[in-house]
Design a binder for this molecule. Structure first.
Ligand code: AMP
Length: 423
C-alpha cells in the first residue's frame, strides 16, 4: 500500500515550528489590538462569483489559481484565495458599512500555484481591512501599524516598504491604452503567455519577472504621469504623514498588484532574504470594491501578512522560540503517578504562565530522568516511595544550578513560585 501524504503544497507544521508561529501571532495580534482593530472570523468557503466579481475575471487568481468545486446544491463554491472579498461581503451582508470599521482576520488561504520555498497552496494570512475612511491619514495609520508589527517581531531591518499609487479606476483606461500601444511595438518579441497577459491585464506587464519584459518596461509610459490630480495629492499627503511618523518607504512605480480592485495606494513590504518569494506583506486601497459587490459606495483599504513567509524570515534570522518546559515532575515508579499528577496540577494552577510537564509512560528511573532532561526543563521534581511517605519532594536542578535537595510537599508550590520569579 502506498504511503498517504499531505496534498502537494499543503504543509504539516510540527511542534518545533508551531511555537514560533504562536509567538509571531501573539505579537501581531497584540499590536492590532493596541491600534484598536477588532477580529472578524469568516468562512473558508464562499460563492465562486464573489472572487470573479471582486478580483476580476482576467486575473491569474481567478483564471488559474482557485480551488473551486460544485457543491451538492449551491452551485460553484471556492476555497477563499484571499480575505478581502469575504470581509467586504460580510460587512455588506450584516449592514456594517454606515460606520467606519477597523478589522483584522487570521486564517488559511488557498491558491493553486506552483509550490516552492515561501509559496504554498494552503498558506496563512493575518490581514486587516478598514472601511469608511477616504483620506490619506488611514493609509498612514495602516502603514505605521505595519512598521510597528515588523519592529515588534524584530524584523524591521529585514523588510522594505515599497509604495505606489494606481490612481482611480477612471484614470486607468488611458494608461492601459498607452501601455498597449507601447508593447504593440514589441509584439514579435513576446511569447504566447506574455501576449495573453498584455491583452487581459496590461498593467501586469509591469510586475513581470521576465528579464526581457523588465528591459522593455524601462522605456514604457509611467503610471504616475496618468494618475489624476486628487490621487496624486492623496499620495503626496501620505508621503508627508509617513515621513512625519518616521515610517521609511521607497516609491516603486512598478508595484501594480495582481487584482483589479485596487485604487490609489498600493504597497508591499519586500525582503531580499527569501529568494523569489520576496513579498511578505501586501495590500492597498480598494475604494470601488464595496459598491462593486453591491454595497453603498464606501472607501476601504487593507493588507495581509503572509505568515508562512514571516516565519521563514524569522527562521532565516535564527529566531528560536522553542517552547521551554519549566518544571518536569517525575514519579519514580508508577505507584507515585497520581501523586505526581496532583503536584503538577497544583503548580499549573498557581503558575498559569509556567509550563509544567508531568512524566507519562512507565519506564525505569533512568529513562524518566532522561526525558526530564530532554524536555529542556530547569528543574525536575521527584516523587518516590520515600518522598510520598515522608510528605516531601526531591528537587533536582537540571542546568547546573546547584545541589539536589528535598523540600516539604506542602511547600512545593511555594518553592516553584519563588524559583519561577527568580528566573
Ligand atoms: P495577496 O493576498 O496576494 O496580496 O498576498 C498577501 C501576502 O500573502 C503576500 O505578501 C505573501 O506574503 C502572502 N502570499 C500570497 N500568496 C502566497 C502563497 N501561495 N504562499 C505563501 N504566501 C503567500
Amino acid at each position: 500500500m502506498s504511503q498517504l501524504k499531505a496534498v502537494r503544497g499543503m504543509r504539516d507544521l510540527m511542534p518545533e515550528v508551531t511555537s514560533l508561529w504562536q509567538h509571531a501571532e501573539t505579537v501581531i495580534k497584540s499590536q492590532l489590538h493596541s491600534f484598536g482593530y477588532q477580529e472578524i472570523r469568516l468562512p473558508v468557503l464562499e460563492a465562486t462569483e464573489l472572487f470573479s466579481r471582486s478580483a476580476g475575471e482576467a486575473t491569474d487568481l481567478v483564471q488559474k489559481e482557485m480551488y473551486s468545486f460544485a457543491d451538492r446544491s449551491d452551485g460553484s463554491l471556492t476555497m477563499r484565495p484571499e480575505g478581502t472579498a469575504g470581509c467586504v461581503r460580510a460587512l455588506i451582508q450584516h449592514s456594517r458599512l454606515s460606520q467606519p470599521a477597523r478589522l483584522w482576520y487570521a486564517g488559511s488561504m488557498f491558491r493553486y500555484e506552483r509550490p516552492q520555498k515561501g509559496r504554498y497552496r494552503q498558506f496563512e494570512q493575518i490581514g486587516v481591512e478598514v472601511t469608511g475612511y477616504q483620506s490619506a491619514d488611514i493609509d498612514a495609520e495602516l502603514l505605521e501599524m505595519g512598521l510597528r508589527i515588523w519592529q515588534a517581531l524584530g524584523l524591521s531591518d529585514a523588510v522594505t516598504l515599497e509604495l505606489n499609487t494606481l490612481g482611480t479606476a477612471q484614470s486607468r483606461p488611458a494608461y492601459r491604452q498607452a501601455l498597449l500601444d507601447y508593447f504593440e511595438r514589441y509584439r514579435a518579441d513576446l511569447d504566447a503567455e506574455q501576449l495573453a497577459r498584455l491583452t487581459a491585464n496590461p498593467l501586469r506587464m509591469l510586475d513581470s519577472k521576465s528579464p526581457t519584459i523588465r528591459k522593455m518596461i524601462q522605456g514604457a509610459p509611467k503610471l504616475m504621469d496618468f494618475v489624476d490630480k486628487e490621487s496624486r495629492a492623496h499620495f503626496d499627503r501620505l508621503g508627508e504623514l509617513l515621513t512625519g511618523l518616521g515610517v521609511p518607504f521607497v516609491v516603486n512605480p512598478l508595484i501594480v498588484r495582481g487584482l483589479d480592485y485596487y485604487t490609489r495606494t498600493v504597497f508591499e513590504w519586500t525582503t531580499t532574504e527569501l529568494g523569489a518569494q520576496n513579498a511578505v506583506c501586501s495590500g492597498g486601497r480598494y475604494d470601488d470594491l464595496v459598491a462593486k459587490l453591491g454595497g453603498a459606495p464606501t472607501p476601504a483599504m487593507g493588507f495581509a501578512f503572509g505568515m508562512d513567509r514571516v516565519i521563514l524570515l524569522m527562521q532565516e534570522r535564527a529566531a528560536q522560540i522553542a517552547q521551554a518546559v519549566d518544571f518536569y515532575v517525575v514519579p519514580i515508579t508508577d505507584a507515585e503517578q497520581l501523586s505526581a499528577m496532583h503536584l503538577a496540577s497544583e503548580m499549573r494552577e498557581a503558575l498559569p504562565e509556567a509550563c509544567v510537564v508531568c512524566h507519562a509512560g512507565s519506564g525505569k528511573i533512568k529513562a524518566r530522568m532522561k526525558q526530564a532532561d530532554r524536555s529542556g526543563a530547569s528543574f525536575a521534581l521527584l516523587l518516590g516511595e520515600e518522598e510520598v511517605k515522608a510528605k516531601r519532594v526531591t528537587v533536582k536542578p537540571l542546568r547546573d544550578q546547584g545541589q539536589q535537595n528535598t523540600i516539604e510537599r506542602t511547600e512545593a508550590v511555594e518553592w516553584a513560585i519563588k524559583s519561577w520569579r527568580a528566573d
